[in-house]
Ligand binder design. Structure first.
Ligand SMILES: [Zn+2]
Ligand SMILES: [Zn+2]
Length: 345
């Protein structure tokens, strides 16, 4: 690498983290890069350069040998080897789906560190603008999902204020919209895990089953039908709950009357989510085909828990294209005004 100009250490560390996240690298290793970004941002002007010259970058909490090396490379005008290696092996995540991906303007399902995501809201937003979105919907978990630090009504209310503040800042910077939503748990009886009043204050409601996935067919069908028919529900999240690979192991799909569920989705104009996470790829192919047949709307979502995972949409887009999902029925190809009219209609 003959580059001799100084590179920005923060954007370089962010780029490394992004490229690692989109390929589902070990979270602990990625944390080192995200932590170093936070440490550098907290430095006084000129401090990073001084510390790099004095060899004291590692005294900053959150900066280790590896990340200090990246910063030193950047300031010396060298491309860090880690970045070179990642860029060289970071082609498209999957073949196909380019047309659907290009049509997607946003993402209706992602998490921040307010629930079980790994990054602050602002970092998710910054990365969303970098992957080309016009809008995203922040959908942290609801209170019942304690393992995921689900948001109480109080915390959700507080988050409404934060989202408004982020949007006020974005308005001055080109018009990207951060919409506020929730991934609300579908309780055992089909009720939603948040008050109607709170749900009514949000832009988009994604309802998902996260517990008792092995409920018998009749009960699961009743449960999901009730959630789909709830007037605040806009998207049915990862409807079968299956896991096909990955660190959490595999899990079979839930059993329910898919034709009844998709008919109800079509009637209520609830979008069937094509969840793009590679370990989910939910719904399976045959169910996507039946939802197309039933006349359903769709949303192709990343369900990102880290900024780089926003890129997962490539997987969902490829599946939607292969399975013949009509592009105009994918709600996140719509401009934000049309999306909001649908969600609040
Ligand atoms: Zn979920
Ligand atoms: Zn989720």
């Amino acid at each position: 690498m003959a580059a001799s100009t100084v590179r920005d250490p923060v954007s370089t560390l962010r780029r490394i983290a992004f490229l690692m996240e989109r390929r589902l690298a070990d979270t602990y290793r990625i944390k080192a890069y995200r932590g170093a970004v936070a440490a550098l941002l907290a430095c006084a002007p000129g401090e990073v350069e001084e510390r790099a010259a004095a060899g004291t970058l590692r005294d900053l909490p959150g900066v280790g040998a590896k990340t200090a090396g990246v910063v030193e490379d950047c300031l010396a005008g060298r491309e860090p080897a880690t970045l070179t290696e990642l860029e060289a092996t970071s082609g498209p995540l999957t073949p196909g789906g380019e047309d659907v991906r290009a049509a997607l303007r946003g993402d209706l399902h992602l998490h921040s560190d307010w629930s079980d995501g790994g990054s602050p809201i602002e970092e998710m937003v910054m990365t969303a603008t970098e992957v080309g979105h016009d809008y995203v919907v922040l959908t942290d978990h609801s209170p019942r999902l304690r393992v995921a630090n689900g948001l109480s009504a109080e915390r959700l209310t507080k988050q409404i204020g934060v989202v408004a503040a982020v949007n006020a800042h974005l308005e001055a910077n080109g018009g990207f919209r951060l919409l506020h939503g929730i991934e609300v748990d579908i309780l055992d009886d089909g009720a939603l895990d948040q008050t109607d009043e709170m749900l009514g204050r949000l832009d988009v409601v994604v309802a998902s089953v996260h517990s008792k996935l092995r409920m018998d067919r009749a009960a699961m069908t009743r449960r999901m039908l009730a959630a789909v028919r709830h007037p605040e529900t806009n998207v049915l999240g990862h409807c079968t709950g299956r896991l096909i690979m990955g660190g959490r192991g595999t899990r079979p799909q839930s059993d329910f009357d898919a034709d009844a569920i998709f008919a109800a989705c079509a009637e209520a104009e609830v979008a069937v989510e094509i969840n793009s996470r590679p370990e989910r790829a939910d719904p399976p192919d045959d169910l996507v085909a039946r939802a197309v047949e039933a006349g359903c709307l769709f949303s192709v979502d990343s369900d990102a828990h880290a900024p780089g995972q926003l890129d997962f949409l490539a997987y969902g887009a490829a599946r939607a294209e292969t399975l013949g999902v009509p592009v105009d029925r994918i709600v996140n190809t719509w401009p934000v005004e049309r999306l909001l009219a649908w969600a609040n209609g």
